[in-house]
Design a binder for this molecule. Sequence first.
Ligand code: ARG
Ligand code: MN
Ligand code: MN
Ligand code: MN
Length: 307
Amino acid sequence: TEITLIGVPLDSGQTRPGCLMGPDAYRVAGIVPTLTGLGHTVRDIGNVSHGPVPEMPGPAHLVRPGEVAAWTEALIDAGRSVEGMPVFMGGDHALALGSVAGMAARAADRDRPLFVLWLDAHSDFHTPLTTESGNLHGTPVAYYTGQDGFEGFPPLPGPPVPFDNLCMMGLRSVDPGERDRLAATDAQLHDMRAIDETGFAAPLRDFLAKVAAAGEADLHVSLDVDFLDPSIAPAVGTTVPGGATFREAHLVMEMLSESELVTSLDLVELNPAMDERSRTARLMVELTASLMGKRIFDRPTRGFGYG
Ligand code: ARG
Ligand code: MN
Ligand code: MN
Ligand code: MN
């Protein structure tokens, strides 16, 4: 696979400093040699930056909305023209306003639908009008599905992602303002309560089968560090107990690899200032390696019901 690494030193989606060191932490943790070692062609285009910061309308408690709007514009541009597989190295989750909107436009440019797998403790379905914290890293899903309330942000450059194409796994912190609106959609929502009963494999297999059944389709994976249990991934500002274990997370990545369906990836919310000797950064790189084909023994691909 031709992989393009896009460094996104964005930390304006929340207030804790540190996420802007994320891209370099992934580089220090060896993301380039790890992926090259798996046989991929890797191009690290360095860190992107944003253009002029606009004046923004909207509630006064929003945290740095002009910067998030400027990043969104920059990331739509950075991702849309990438030929192979972009990996957005964040940066907090506000980067997904731009990464997913850009991937939706790229998919439409290729006459394909875009599917999104959201691996996160949070649903990030606030709008600028519903967020209580004002932190826009809690809003990307509402933005790229085309919800109202994003005055002053770039208009979506492509079609909104249909809820039917959205699958969330790992949920265990959903605010009252998000809950009912999200539950009323067709999104496939797998909270940790459900995962405790079924494990990750069954619902993930179902979602991948649905993506495969769409024929030529793109699949974007957005991996928030807090999808993982804090005991294995401490370097994140929004830890929530009860996340995916080491084994569960690797299984998810290996199943994604075997599906051969993933066309773009976000690595978000890593805060290197909170890490312990780079262990979270290294785990995220190892998970990326599993997603990109690292395995113990070869297994037949597309042989497990993905279509
Ligand atoms: N729902 C909370 C909020 O709106 C937390 C969002 C956390 N999002 C994230 N990408 N870590 O502030
Ligand atoms: Mn800035
Ligand atoms: Mn998130
Ligand atoms: Mn989260």
